[in-house]
Design a protein around this ligand. Structure first.
Ligand code: ADP
Ligand code: MG
Length: 230
C-alpha cells in the first residue's frame, strides 16, 4: 500500500543543502503495524511528512494505494492526503475553543459532509476511543491521555487507509501512554494500518515490525519475535 523508492530529502541552509533522508526504500502492506524508530534528529518526522503527503521529497517516488502521489499538483496531493491519511501528533493539536465532538468533526467539515452525518460519525469515533461521554468537553477539560484519544478519534473519523502517529505518547505519562498504545494495538487487530514514529524503544516494541532510521538512512527492518508480517 505504501511504497517509497529512492527517497532523498535535503533542506536548504543558506547556500548549503543539508541531506536529511538518504535513499529510503520502504514498503508497508495493508494491515501492518510498523514503528519507525531512531534518535532525535535522525529524520523520522521528515519521513512521516513525506509518507503523510505533507511534504515532497527532493528525489524519489511514492506509490500510495497504487497512485504515484508526487506526480500530483499541490491540490491533488492535499486531496490524496485528506482521503487516505489520519494524523496523530505529539502535542494533540486540538482546537482549544471547540469541544471534543467539534474537533472530531473538523476533517468532515473540510470534506463537505452534512451536519447530521458529521455528528453521527464523530460520536461513533468518540465511542471507539471510549470518550463518547466527553463529547462536550473542551481540550482544557480533558487529561492529556484523553486529549490524545480525541485526536485519534479525529484521525479515524475519515476512515483513513493509514493511521500515522508521530511520537503520540511523547507528551503523556506512562499510564496514559499505556492506554493510547493499547488503543493502537486494538486498531491494528481490527485490520488498520498503523505507522508509529518514536524515539522510544519500549514504544516501538508494541509494533509488529520495527524500522530503525539513523542519520536519514533505514539501517534495520525487523519483525518482532513472535510477530507475523501479514
Ligand atoms: P526527528 O523527527 O527524527 O527528530 P526530523 O525529521 O525532525 O528528525 O529532522 C531531521 C533533521 O532535519 C534535523 O537535523 C533537523 O534539524 C532538520 N530539519 C527538519 N526540518 C527542517 C526544516 N524545515 N528546515 C531545515 N532543517 C530541518
Ligand atoms: Mg520528530
Amino acid at each position: 500500500m505504501i511504497e517509497l523508492k529512492g527517497i532523498f530529502k535535503s533542506y536548504q541552509a543558506g547556500h548549503l543543502q543539508i541531506p536529511v533522508l538518504k535513499n529510503i526504500h520502504l514498503t508497508i502492506d495493508e494491515g501492518e503495524y510498523v514503528a519507525i524508530m531512531g534518535p532525535s534528529g535522525s529524520g523520522k518526522s521528515t519521513l512521516m511528512n513525506i509518507i503523510g503527503c505533507l511534504d515532497r521529497p527532493s528525489e524519489g517516488t511514492y506509490f500510495l494505494n497504487g497512485r504515484d502521489v508526487f506526480k500530483e499538483d499541490d491540490t491533488g496531493l492535499a486531496a490524496v492526503r485528506n482521503r487516505t491519511i489520519g494524523f496523530v501528533f505529539q502535542q494533540f493539536q486540538l482546537l482549544p475553543r471547540m469541544d471534543a465532538q467539534k474537533n472530531v468533526e473538523l476533517p468532515l467539515v473540510y470534506a463537505g459532509v452534512s451536519k447530521a452525518e458529521r455528528k453521527k460519525r464523530a460520536l461513533e469515533a468518540l465511542r471507539r476511543v471510549g470518550l463518547e461521554d466527553r463529547k462536550s468537553h473542551r481540550p482544557s477539560e480533558l487529561s492529556g491521555g484523553q486529549q490524545q484519544r480525541v485526536a485519534i478519534a479525529r484521525a479515524l473519523v475519515t476512515q483513513p487507509l493509514v493511521l500515522l502517529a508521530d511520537e503520540p505518547t511523547g507528551a503523556l505519562d506512562s499510564h496514559s501512554s499505556g492506554i493510547v498504545l493499547d488503543l493502537f494495538d486494538e486498531l491494528h487487530q481490527e485490520g488498520r494500518t498503523v505507522v508509529l514514529i518514536t524515539h522510544d524503544p519500549e514504544v516501538a516494541e508494541r509494533a509488529q515490525r520495527q524500522l530503525i532510521i539513523r542519520d536519514g538512512e533505514l539501517i534495520a527492518d525487523q519483525v518482532r519475535a513472535g510477530g507475523k508480517r501479514r
